[in-house]
Write a protein that binds this ligand. Structure first.
Ligand SMILES: Cc1cn([C@H]2C[C@H](O)[C@@H](COP(=O)(O)OP(=O)(O)O[C@H]3O[C@H](C)C(=O)[C@H](O)[C@H]3O)O2)c(=O)[nH]c1=O
Length: 181
């Protein structure tokens, strides 16, 4: 597994080794030892999630204030533009974001540690989004920041029929959101 740095040092792109042959391919989509060697992070992942969305769906920006979740995300069908935002007031990168295209074809994964907001928009006809989390779902402390917050200035790709949940449409402004110390 290769780790590729992003502009946010804690957020890393991971590229697993893919073994292709005439039948198709094989890869270890997760290997704890390889993850720890690539990221320097020791984590127990406790939940696997899978969402499917059609083109133009944007999910996010989400985070949990209590039981903050580290997320190891990947796409097994289609293409998404995936975004992480540093929500830690103490960080020199507070309010900065990174975006990366994750796809079934590039096999790329993104490690989004605790303390970051996360979201993605679907670029293909549909996308299957799978991810491991380091803590359990805690809806009581789940928060959402508007994907288009002007202060964050996330440069989302333009997609037809942008579609968000009511919860995400009602997301907080970054400047008013409860974030991390
Ligand atoms: C996240 C989650 C949701 N749910 C239930 C709650 C709702 O009845 C239903 C859909 O939930 P929601 O609309 O919050 O799903 P997403 O919009 O995909 O939320 C996720 O989207 C962004 C990209 C994230 O990074 C988070 O992991 C997560 O917040 O699944 C569960 O039962 N367990 C869970 O862990």
């Amino acid at each position: 597994m290769k780790a590729i740095a992003t502009d946010l040092p804690e957020v890393m792109i991971l590229e697993p080794k893919v073994f292709g042959d005439s039948r198709g391919f094989f890869m270890e989509s997760f290997n704890r030892r390889a993850f720890e060697a690539a990221t320097g992070c020791e984590r127990d992942f406790v939940q696997d999630n899978h969402s499917r969305s059609r083109r133009g769906v944007l999910r996010g920006l989400h985070y949990q204030l209590e039981q903050p979740q580290g997320k190891l995300v990947r796409v097994t069908h289609g293409r998404v533009y995936d975004v992480a935002v540093d929500l830690r007031r103490s960080s020199p990168n507070f309010g900065r974001w990174v975006g990366v295209e994750l796809s079934a074809d590039n096999h790329r994964q993104l490690w989004v540690p605790e303390g970051f907001g996360h979201g993605f928009v679907v670029l293909s006809e549909s996308a299957d989004f799978l991810y491991k989390t380091t803590d359990y779902y805690h809806p009581a402390s789940e928060r959402c920041i508007r994907y288009d917050d002007p202060e964050l200035g996330i440069d989302w790709p333009v997609v037809p029929d942008l579609t968000l949940s009511d919860k995400d449409l009602a997301g907080a402004a970054f400047g008013e959101a409860e974030v991390f110390a």
